[in-house]
Design a binder for this molecule. Structure first.
Ligand SMILES: [Cu+2]
Length: 134
């Protein structure tokens, strides 16, 4: 009789252990949120060469083009090269604006962390940078 009670108690402990274990492992990892970036194009250059955002976040880019009569945009690709002026795998391609003017771009950051490539499509060898997703 005592043995049986002990077995039942052990079984309950085991079940309790499994339940608490699974509940802690199902806690969602933090994603999303929102990030705002103030990006400026001036003298055929961006004011930043690295942009870092959390994966899955809603990204707002306040883009200011200070080059009078010149078109710029902001675009993100899977990969690209400033030396060859090429880029593949578009993730977000912002509309071109002619300076002096500004635009607000909104998009969702990739869900996969990594180092992506951003550039101005009009000046692909001069205006480029790393878009880092953490
Ligand atoms: Cu440009």
């Amino acid at each position: 009789m005592i043995k049986r009670a002990l077995i039942i108690m052990l079984a309950l402990f085991a079940v309790g252990g499994i339940i608490s274990c699974s509940s802690s492992s199902s806690t969602p990892t933090q994603t999303g949120g929102s990030t705002t970036i103030n990006l400026t194009a001036q003298n055929l250059l961006f004011n930043m060469s690295t942009i870092t955002v959390p994966h899955g976040a809603t990204i707002t880019v306040n883009f200011q083009n200070n080059d009078s009569g010149i078109q710029h945009n902001f675009a993100i690709y899977q990969s690209g090269s400033a030396s060859s002026g090429t880029a593949t795998g578009p993730i977000f391609v912002g509309q071109l604006i002619t300076g002096v003017s500004s635009v607000t771009y909104t998009f969702t950051a990739p869900s996969t962390p990594g180092t992506y490539f951003f550039r101005c499509d009009v000046h692909p060898t001069m205006m480029t940078g790393s878009f880092i997703v953490t």
